[in-house]
Write a new protein. Structure first.
Length: 235
């Protein structure tokens, strides 16, 4: 049975890395002594080793060890043997490129669908949808495909921001960008605000966290979803 946490962000303003999620993660990874961390989304400024160390320090609080996928000779074997998996944030274009380059996109999907607990934040959440086409990230590299894990039957827009009515910025809003996506695609898109996440248990998908989420469907008025909303039938 699928067991997935899909979070908008890893860090809330004023908090430390993963702090707000740790009580949820302690239960989510309760049967794991060690989890596999995938740092592929980080484009620069911090190495895979440094990124993994940061994650490890956060999980130490709940007595879980962390090992980076880059530390293994074979990424495929690392995923096959993982007790739990966490894919962190960064750039979704880079993350998807690296997953395909290392031949683990399909394997990762199968592993999570078979019941291995998974956590995604930001870019690691983007890849849980049907495609990465609703990411906010710059296309710094060209992935072989926009198709991602397909763990849920819709797309996500993590870090969703509402328009600032006091701003003089006249450029496109997130809502405008998502409507542009829907000019050519019928896949629903869920805008996840900071502090919100999806909890997936088998076929059940429930919105968690402190804020509402904004649901976009093609040719329909966007809808605000309350915390604890059931999205299991969304497709």
């Amino acid at each position: 049975m699928k067991s997935i946490i899909i979070a908008s962000t890893s860090t809330l303003h004023g908090g430390s890395y993963l702090e707000y999620l740790l009580p949820t993660l302690q239960n989510h990874f309760k049967d794991c002594k060690t989890i596999l961390f995938i740092p592929y989304a980080r484009p620069g400024g911090i190495s895979h080793d440094e990124y993994t160390k940061k994650v490890s320090e956060a999980f130490t609080v709940i007595n879980i060890n962390v090992k980076g996928i880059h530390e293994f000779e074979s990424p495929e074997i690392a995923i096959e043997n993982a007790e739990g998996i966490f894919t962190g944030g960064g750039n979704t274009f880079l993350l998807v490129t690296q997953l395909y380059k290392n031949n683990v996109m399909q394997l990762l999907a199968e592993k999570v669908k078979s019941g291995t607990p998974y956590l995604g934040t930001s870019a690691g959440s983007n890849i849980c949808g049907l495609s990465m086409q609703t990411t906010n990230d710059m296309p710094i590299i060209y992935p072989p495909s926009f198709q991602t894990l397909g763990l849920i039957p819709f797309n996500l827009n993590p870090h969703y921001l509402d328009p600032d009515t006091n701003s003089q910025h006249m450029g496109e809003t997130r809502e405008t960008r998502i409507k542009e996506f829907h000019a050519f695609n019928s896949i629903p898109v869920l805008g996840l605000r900071e502090g919100s996440w999806l909890e997936v248990k088998g076929n059940m998908i429930v919105l968690k966290g402190s804020l509402k989420a904004r649901l976009f469907k093609q040719n329909q008025i966007p809808e605000e979803l309350e915390t604890e909303s059931d999205l299991s039938d969304l497709k």
